[in-house]
Every structure is written in C-alpha cells, then in structure tokens.
Design a protein around this ligand. Structure first.
Ligand SMILES: Cc1cc2nc3c(=O)[nH]c(=O)nc-3n(C[C@H](O)[C@H](O)[C@H](O)COP(=O)(O)OP(=O)(O)OC[C@H]3O[C@@H](n4cnc5c(N)ncnc54)[C@H](O)[C@@H]3O)c2cc1C
Length: 335
C-alpha cells in the first residue's frame, strides 16, 4: 500500500429520517482542525434517499465537499448497503483519515467498512491529534477506563476512528460557506444484502437529552437516598438545571441510565456542571471534564473531583444545598 496516495479527511454525516445527527457536524469541526494541520480538505459523506437537501447544511458547518449517494437501497439504514456505498467512496477517494460518529449506526458501520477495506479502526475515541509524521493519534479509554491509550495505524489507510457524540465541537454555522456537492453513483450488489427490514419499532423518545443541557446538576452516591435526591431536584428547578448522575446513582435505581454522565453514559459540555457527592472517578470525568464551569461539593477534601472543579466546596451537600436554594430565591426576589 502506497500511503502517500491517500489524502484528505472523510467524515460520515449520519442522517436519520432526513435529520442530520449532531455528531457528524462535530466531526466536520474536528476534521477541519486536523485538515488545517495536514493542509488537506474535509469531505462529508451523505448516504440516504431523498436527502440531497442536507448537503448544503454540511457545507454551512464547514465541509469543503459533500459526496452524496442518493439511492433507494439507502432509504433505511442497512449495514451491507451502507458499507458498500461508503467503501466504494473510500476506494475512489483514497482518504488519509475516515471519521464516523460512535452512534448505534456508526458503531455498526465503522468496523464493517474497516474490515471491508482492510484497515484498522480505533473505536470510541475521545481525542484526535496529528503526530509528527502526519499520523492520526487516536486516544481512547483503555483497561476499563483506568488509562488513556493513544493508538496509531501506521501501515494502512485510511486511518479510521469512531468518536462519541458530544466530544468534539462543531463549527459555527455559516450559510455563506462555499463548497462542492458531488453525486457518487454506486453499483449495489443486491445478492449480498441478506437483511430485509419488515418493521421499525421506535424506542420511546427520551424526554430530556442531558448532552444538550446548559446547566446540569449531577448527583452521585454521596447523595445517599431518594429523599435527598428529590431535594436536589428542587435545587435544579430553582436554577433551570437538569438532573444527571454518576453511574453509582444510576446503578442504585434512583435515576435512569439516560441521565448517566461518563464513559458508559453520555458526554456532556454544559455551561455549568454541579458535581454533588461525586468522587470524580476517571470514567465519570471522561464525560464532563469539558464543561465550561464545574462546581463540586464533596465532604472529602481529597476527592479527585476537586482536581477538575473550578469551584470546590468541602461540605456535606445535604446541608449546603438548602442554603443555596434559599440564597437563589433571595436573589431572584431582588430582581
Ligand atoms: C468500564 C467502566 C465504566 C464506567 N463508566 C462510568 C460512567 O459512565 N459514569 C460514571 O459516573 N461512572 C462510571 N464508572 C464507575 C466509576 O468508576 C465510579 O465507580 C463511579 O463514577 C462512582 O460514582 P460516585 O462518584 O457517585 O460514587 P463514589 O465514588 O462512591 O463517590 C461518592 C462521593 O460522595 C462523597 N460524599 C459522600 N457523602 C457525601 C455528602 N453527604 N456530601 C458531600 N459528599 C459526600 C464521598 O466523599 C465520595 O467522594 C465506570 C466504571 C467502569 C469500570
């Protein structure tokens, strides 16, 4: 394999029912940053049926080019059809890097493509950087999240990675961005398509998406019990915040998994993150470290969470939060 033949960055712009997933836009943002260092361009890959209207949106978020495959075989996500389309684009375009969001679809599709085109894939990356020899440094938690491993793919191209939603930042949308929209014809091999979708049963939609929240009040094991938790909900309401939690609290059954922050939960980036009775295990930090401002309340002054907090309060949270609620109410009354 002549590695020098491979140039540019390809990003999978996942869409579902004609709506772009945020993670694709985030990867275009990250791709632009990497492309600048490599002096290359970012190409978004848009697969589906009757989805061409989304291409302009991808340019607005910074893609230099959008390659569209519009085919009835791609109307509903199908591993084989999507793999055939994406692999054909990779074979044609020979990108140096290919990025896919670690959504349920991306986690299914990424490994299939990497196997089909015989390259490596680093799953669930939390950081992507460019090394001295143009190689992609792909960092992800390893050994149960106890250390971060940086992985390279020295002998094969493209260097492939899946990245969790919410980790990278999208560029500010600019309708004036110019770029190319290309149509890529794919000859599907229908004999390889063994799956027929008979019915789609949708999971009940989450009422709240913590990864979109501006203020999160996150509770940990230190909260103690459901009664104390309910008091924290009152605190969250007072400041227009949304409740989230550490895995310990989710495991206790007090709050659902859709509110878990961390390596096996969601990655969040709110403007304000309260860590209440949370020790700050590496797996939790992995999901919230990028928050704009972090306030931690913990009765153990040596708790690791204080290493990431902008403001740390060493105290019993169940004693402090009622005072906070009182003070906030007073401030609101003064307005
Ligand atoms: C593969 C793997 C994946 C994982 N994924 C995740 C994940 O996605 N998210 C996640 O959160 N964890 C995850 N974990 C678990 C993680 O390692 C920790 O066990 C978990 O984060 C601990 O939650 P906690 O901080 O609430 O509890 P603890 O570690 O038990 O900490 C409780 C804290 O509360 C403080 N405290 C107690 N009482 C009070 C009080 N009255 N007032 C103030 N402070 C008090 C204590 O000092 C302590 O620091 C994962 C672990 C593994 C192995």
């Amino acid at each position: 394999m002549n590695l020098n033949e491979y140039r540019g960055i390809l990003v999978f712009a996942e869409q579902r029912e004609g709506i772009l997933e945020n993670v694709g836009l985030e990867l275009i943002g990250k791709g632009k940053e990497l492309a600048k260092l490599l002096d290359e361009k970012v190409t978004a890959v848009l697969l589906g049926h009757n989805i061409e209207n989304l291409a302009k949106e991808l340019l607005a978020y910074g893609a230099d080019e959008v390659v569209v495959v519009d085919a009835k075989e791609l109307a509903i996500y199908d591993t084989e059809a999507y793999t055939q389309a994406f692999s054909a684009i990779i074979k044609d375009r020979k990108p140096e890097i290919a990025l896919v969001g670690a959504t349920t679809i991306g986690r299914d599709l990424g490994p299939r493509i990497s196997s089909r085109i015989q390259t490596g894939l680093t799953a669930d990356c939390t950081s992507l950087e460019i090394g001295d020899n143009r190689e992609l440094l792909m960092t992800r938690p390893a050994f149960g999240g106890n250390l971060m491993a940086t992985i390279i793919c020295p002998d094969h191209r493209p260097q492939m990675s899946t990245v969790r939603p919410g980790v990278m930042q999208k560029e500010v949308r600019n309708e004036l961005n110019q770029g190319i929209i290309s149509h890529f014809p794919v000859q599907f091999d229908n004999s390889k398509m063994k799956v027929k979708v008979l019915e789609i049963v949708k999971e009940e939609k989450e009422k709240v998406d913590i990864s979109e929240a501006n203020i999160l009040v996150s509770a940990g094991r230190g909260v103690g019990n459901k009664e104390n938790f309910v008091k924290l909900e009152a605190f969250a309401n007072e400041i227009n915040g949304i409740m989230s939690a550490s895995r310990a609290l989710v495991d206790s059954g007090i709050i659902g998994h859709d509110r878990q922050v961390g390596q096996t939960g969601k990655t969040v980036r709110p403007n304000l993150y309260f860590a209440l009775g949370i020790s700050g295990a590496i797996q939790h930090l992995a999901g919230m470290e990028e928050s704009e401002y972090i306030i931690a309340i913990n009765k153990d002054k040596y708790a690791p969470i204080f290493g990431s907090a902008d403001l740390g309060i060493v105290a019993d949270l169940n004693k402090v939060t009622p005072h906070l609620i009182e003070e906030i109410k007073k401030l609101k009354a003064c307005r």
